[in-house]
Design a protein around this ligand. Structure first.
Ligand code: PLP
Length: 360
């Protein structure tokens, strides 16, 4: 069966070459006579895989020496708890920028652990924009400021990051890590579930500045302490070995593409193509503020629920899958992560034009 264009918000489409390589090596990795899935996480072969994966992430994101890269399970959702468990101090508080459903979840988990407050919110307009931050509110008691760099459901992104001074900026970058060039030194901690631009589900990457490790306020569970991962090179227990291997393959693919600078150009080209189609349309529209638009997740809709449903159904018949919008936003959403080729976006735009001709 041929492959379709998969516009899912995650798990996301992977490059065919990555899947083919995993397939070639599935039964016998580098002629070792066993699959990566069957390999001991303590073996020298797996050690090379995890080290190479870290090296590639470091190289692609230009991560400074003073940061550690951790491989953790539990998804980005577990980081909603691990971040406050590790960074909130007695008498301190955290500030959250509330830009959508995922920010809200991060905030509500933090509230279970300590004091977490809203620094700014775009709740008043259904999260269709990124709010201005009043950084004057940050004070001595602020342990960190949390942002969601890209709002997967609402389709907004931070195009510039706040300067929080000596207070660490913590970022949930699950849906746009590696999509644009960033200066990692502006952050104290970046986390991302792997199943969009980093690989497959089961793995979460945490990039943390060294000085933030080892100051937990209480005796927290071993597996929830970042120090457990740094002390054991993410091998305290069995890590998600196959997911790490896929991340290695995907990072090699990204490097072959010319790295983050090159993929950023392509991502902008892809997103512009789709945004232009929406702007030029008399049928489709988007509610997202122009300056804050995401490069990865693009919600759009028509005024009719019936037409929206018909669009999703007919698109699928044309090999354009998973275009249904999130239930909280409605309409359609096209997720166009790093691995979505421009041909996929062009096919979507052609289909939109044809659909419009029929229904306007
Ligand atoms: N944060 C963001 C921005 C997301 O897009 C998602 C999932 O789509 C999550 C967190 C939750 O990630 P996970 O399913 O890995 O827990």
């Amino acid at each position: 069966m041929g492959r379709v264009y998969n516009f899912s918000a995650g798990p996301a489409q992977l490059p065919v070459s990555v899947l083919e390589r995993a397939q070639e090596e599935l039964l016998s990795y580098q002629e070792k006579g066993m699959s990566v899935m069957e390999m001991s996480h303590r073996s020298s072969d797996f050690k090379k895989i995890i080290e190479r994966t870290e090296e590639l992430i470091r190289e692609l994101m230009e991560i400074p020496e003073t940061y550690r890269v951790l491989f953790i399970q539990g998804g980005a959702s577990l980081q909603f708890s691990m971040v406050p468990l590790n960074l909130l101090k007695d008498g301190g508080h955290a500030y959250y920028v509330n830009t959508g459903s995922w920010s809200k979840k991060a905030l509500s988990e933090a509230k279970k652990i300590g004091e977490a407050k809203i620094l700014a919110s775009s709740d008043d307009q259904n999260f269709t924009y990124i709010p201005e931050l009043d950084l004057q509110q940050i004070n001595e008691q602020t342990d960190y400021v949390h942002i969601t760099t890209n709002n997967t459901i609402e389709g907004t992104r931070f195009t510039k990051f706040p300067n929080t001074g000596h207070v660490p900026l913590v970022a949930d970058a699950s849906s746009n890590i590696l999509s644009e060039q960033w200066d990692v030194s502006k952050f104290g901690l970046i986390y991302a579930g792997a199943q969009k631009n980093l690989g497959i589900s089961g793995l979460t990457i945490v990039i943390i500045r060294e000085d933030l490790i080892g100051h937990v306020k209480a005796d927290i569970p071993t597996m929830l302490n970042y120090e457990t991962y740094t002390k054991n090179n993410s091998l305290y227990n069995t890590p998600p070995t196959f997911a790490i291997y896929i991340t290695m393959l995907l990072m090699e693919w990204l490097k072959e593409q010319g790295g983050v600078a090159a993929i950023e150009e392509r991502n902008k080209e892809k997103a512009n193509l789709l945004y232009k189609a929406i702007e030029d349309s008399k049928l489709f529209y988007s509610n997202v503020k122009r300056e804050d638009r995401s490069l990865m997740n693009i919600p759009f809709m028509t005024d009719s629920d019936e037409l929206n449903k018909l669009f999703v159904k007919e698109a699928e018949q044309e090999g354009l899958h998973q275009l249904k919008g999130h239930r909280s936003v409605g309409g359609m959403r096209a997720s166009i992560y790093n691995a979505m080729p421009i041909e996929g976006v062009k096919a979507l735009v052609d289909f939109m034009n044809e659909f419009e001709r029929k229904h306007i």
